[in-house]
Design a binder for this molecule. Sequence first.
Ligand SMILES: [Zn+2]
Length: 342
Amino acid sequence: MTSRPDARTQPPATRHLLSIARAPGASHTPGASRTPGASRGPGILTVPVWERFPWLVAGFSTRQGGRSAAYASSGPPEQNLGFTPDDDPATVALNRRRFITAISKQKPRTAPIPSLVTVRQCHTGILQRVDRSALPLATPEGKALLRGDALYTRDPNLLLGILTADCVPVLLADTRTHAVAAFHAGWRGTLARIVERGVGTLRRDFGSRPKDLIAAIGPAIGPCCFAVGEEVLHEFESQFAYAPSLFSEAFDSDPIREKYPMLFLTARAPGHSNLGPQIHLDLWEANRRQLLAAGLKASAITVIGECTACTRLPNGRRKYFSHRSEHGFTGRMLSVIGATAP
Ligand SMILES: [Zn+2]
């Protein structure tokens, strides 16, 4: 990944959404946000309907409340939880400890603080089963050793973590066996059916029944902002009968691009579409459809429904890190799930 600090000064494109395809019954539930105030505690987004499971520790981080200065051009330090090239590893490690401690204290029975396990994410459909006997599964600095894009376990006191900055984090739990899983579902992982395969894997390894499973689709780039090239549409059409319902046409209006289109003709990254009407992909809905296809009840699926690229706090600051809208120069959010020991 190339850092482009200069890109931060580019004016953001104004986006006008013409239509968003939305399946009937799809509901978006904003998570319970604990945005830090004067204390600058770690920004955490929880799933309100999961409060009734005292054994379940889960949540999504926001950008606020950390100690990183790397991506905070002005204003308070931020909560970068990924070991990105521009940030100090010791600061990231501190941010992680503070976030995990805060999220563990949300439930009364979460002592001791669970161990975080992450993976070296590579946009695949690879799932990794982990258990306590294999710990630490990380370097002394906390960097992941395993490669893959999903983690699952039935061991308590392990916190499975996925890092994102636009891709979809999906958290899954079995309310009967207390097995848990965490997925990194960008468009490639979604195309590889990583979440749908994950449910099948829990059935195979732990005897999980879809009717006992609950899932949360976290903050990620939304259908408002995720313009993709036609090749992505074709790839999804070849894989999913319901693909047309995942795409919508939108028009990106960027005055500079419209005035000087030649400037941008050769600067288009793979996956980006042309000027004019664009194809937008709804990755939230794509992953919700996979969970339904795998047998989960619609009522068991929570879609946080906040876009990492365009959601702002009342003070105008970005609520999330966004790889797409910040041109690669950004931090990472961490999404975690784990079960406490009975
Ligand atoms: Zn958006």
